[in-house]
Design a protein around this ligand. Structure first.
Ligand code: F6P
Length: 376
């Protein structure tokens, strides 16, 4: 009897997704006793039963392609927009899993996808996951695929910004992706020799950032590169966010749903207002230093295009390992990276464990040693 495996990609796309699909697909098809089917656009495609044939011909040409041939979405099984409503479509998804006679569903995604996958495994589905995101913020794995490519792209951008900042004697603030974790801004900032690196894990004081830039000026260097993670917060903003989060937790503990809702709305409103934060910082630095300042937002450039060699290897390894673990009967697990090996980690141990930059991480201490300012 042939076994059947379904594959979907969910959340923001990231380089290496196609390499992972190919790794899973080719490993599965090799022995001739496993059939695979792709579901389009994440959990939505599984709910709507929109599939894609994944045979050797399809798999043969995708290793180097960016994005995901399956398409992706951020739709969640239990909160799916359907028409004008948001509905819990978990049962429909379970029925489609059965309709395809699946023995396992492999969900490739970041932190949100791991949570959604865990919920489905609690419904009795056999779920395996792979960790991907350019943010590198999934818990219980050394690294996620997509991160390396995005770090290369952001580093190249910083390299290019250096020469124009230098020529015009300007400050260039470069916004790098990462709402909750600063891995990308930190890695690219260190690799690109940014003079200032601001990450969500270290609240910054704009005055201290300006001071570091002025000290460079006094040493005769009239330009600076400031690498900022999109989720970096000033000390004041961080204090407000922490206060609102605490209020929300306390209200929930006291089962005061009205107060919890209010704190949650205030938090959302405050976070929304932070969207222009890097522009605000750029203007502040111009005012504080007297140096002309410009902002570059790298945005989705960081996620597009062909994966780096490192991400192709990582995604191929994880995809292939995932099928091997399936054959051994592993279920309800994320296939995590452990050095040069992989290891299945129960999904319940993965969820809710966002991997942020530890403050004692060597990337931070090394950056400080080469005079990088973190604004603290
Ligand atoms: O989760 C990865 C990520 O690229 C984040 O770094 C970024 O904040 C977010 O996705 C952007 O999401 P979207 O593609 O939905 O704009």
């Amino acid at each position: 009897m042939k076994k059947h495996i379904g594959i979907l990609t969910a959340g923001g796309d990231s380089p290496g997704l196609n390499a992972a699909i190919r790794g899973i697909g080719k490993t599965a098809l090799k022995g001739g006793d496993i059939q695979i089917v792709g579901f389009r656009d994440g959990f939505r495609g599984l709910m709507e039963n929109r599939t894609m044939r994944l045979d050797y011909d399809v798999l043969a040409s995708i290793l180097t392609q960016g994005g995901t041939i399956l398409g992706t979405s951020r739709d969640k099984p239990h909160k799916m927009p359907v028409g004008n409503e948001v509905m819990d479509m978990t049962q429909v998804i379970c029925e489609n899993y059965k309709r395809h006679n699946l023995d396992a569903l492999i969900c490739i995604g970041g932190g949100g996808t791991q949570k959604n996958a865990y919920r489905l495994s609690q419904q009795g589905l056999n779920i395996l996951t792979l960790p991907k995101t350019i943010d590198n913020d999934v818990g219980m794995t050394d690294v996620t695929f997509g991160f390396h490519t995005a770090m290369e792209i952001a580093t190249e951008a910083i390299d290019r910004l250096h020469s124009t900042a230098h020529s015009h004697h300007r400050i260039i603030v470069v916004e790098i992706m990462g709402h909750n974790a600063g891995w990308l801004a930190l890695g690219a900032g260190v690799a690109g020799g940014a003079d200032v690196i601001l990450i969500p894990e270290i609240p910054y004081d704009p005055i201290k950032v300006a001071q570091a830039i002025r000290e460079r000026q006094q040493r005769g260097t009239n330009f600076s590169i400031v690498a900022v993670a999109e989720g970096a917060l000033s000390v004041d903003e961080h204090a407000t966010v922490s206060r609102l989060k605490e209020q929300k937790i306390k209200a929930k503990e006291a089962e005061d749903s009205k107060a919890a809702k209010k704190a949650s709305e205030q938090l959302k409103e405050f976070t929304r207002a932070l969207h222009n934060n890097t522009l605000k910082l750029t203007n502040q630095l111009e005012e504080l230093t007297g140096l002309e300042s410009r902002l570059t937002i790298l945005g989705h450039l960081q996620r597009g295009g062909t994966p780096s060699a490192a991400d192709r290897v990582l995604a191929t390894r994880l995809g292939s390992a995932c099928v091997e673990y399936f054959k051994q009967g592993v279920s309800g697990a994320m296939i995590a990276v452990r050095g040069e090996k992989s290891e299945p980690v129960p999904l319940e141990d993965v969820i809710g464990k966002r991997y942020t930059v530890p403050l004692d991480h060597e990337w931070i201490s090394a950056a400080r040693n080469v005079n990088t300012c973190f604004g603290d």
